[in-house]
Design a protein. Sequence first.
Length: 326
Amino acid sequence: MALVLVLWGAGRVGAQENKPSEIRLAWATYNAVSAVLVKFGWLEQDLKNDGVAVKWVQSTSSSTAIQYLASGSVDFSPPAGSSALLGRINGNPLKVIYVYQRPNWIQLVVKKDSSIQTVADLKGKKVAVTRGSDAYFFLARALEQVGLKTSDVQIVNLAHQDGHVAWNRGNVDAWSALDPFLAQAELHENARVLYQNPDLLAYSTISVTENFLDKYPQYVQRVLKQFDRARLWVIAHPDETAKIIADVSHVDLDVAKRELGRIDFTNQVGIPTQYHVDVLKPLLPLLVSEKLVKTDADPAKVLESLIDSKPAEEALGNATPQAQAN
C-alpha cells in the first residue's frame, strides 16, 4: 500500500509539472483576433495562476509565421492554410488546429492609369509578391486561370510592406497586395484592383508545433478557448476592433475598417474539418509545378494529415457562444 501511495503521489507530481514554463505565440496585424487577444491579455490572465508566461512575437506574413514555427521561435502561429500546408509538406512538423477567419484581403493591384487591364496583360511584367505566402498562391492561381505561369511574369520577391513601397514608387507593374497595405493603396494611393476572387484564398488558421501539441494538449485547448473568445469579441465589436487594428498597423481608421469589412469571421470558422482540407486540394498540382515542394514529397498524403480537429472540438465543443464571448 505504501508503495502504491508513493507511486500515485509521484504520478500526481508529474502530472502537475507537465506544463510549459512559457507559451510563445506569433501574432499579426492581418489577424485581428490575435491583435485583440494581445491587447486585452486574456491568455496571460488565464495562465497567471499556473505560472506560465506568455510571449507574443509579431509576424509580417504567413511565410514568416511558418518560419517561426520551423525555427522553434514560437509554439503557435497564424498562417494561411496554404502556407501551413506548404510548411508541412517541406518537413515543418505543424498541425492546423483552428480556423479564425475567411478573408478576401488579397487582390492584384495596378496603378489607376496603368495600361494593364486583365490578368493576361501581366505577361512579361514585374509583379511584387511574397514568395510562399497566400498572396503568392493567389497570384499563381490567377495566372493559371488565363493560361499563364509565374514564370511568364517577372516575380519580384518582397515582403508585403516592401512590395507596397515598390508598387507605390512604380518599381513594379503590379502587386499581389495584402491588407492593410491593400486598403491603404485603394483608399489613398491611386490603386486600381485588377483582379479579386475570394475562392482562390485559403482560410486563415492557428497552427501549432506537433511537439507542443503532444506534450501539452490541455494548454493547447486553453489557448484555443481564448482565441475563440477573441474571435467572438471581434464579431460583436467591429468598431472597437477597427480602432485596435488601426493602432497596431499604424494606419488610418478608414483603412482598418476597409480591411475588416472583407473578412468573414463566422462561415466555416472555428473547428477545422474536412471542408478545409478540400479547399486546399486545388493547390496540390500548383505546389508541384511551381517546384515549391521537395521532389520526394507526397503533397496529397501530407494534406490529409494537416488538420487535427480534436483540440478545438474538446476546447469549444461544449461551450456556448455567450460563454466564449464573455
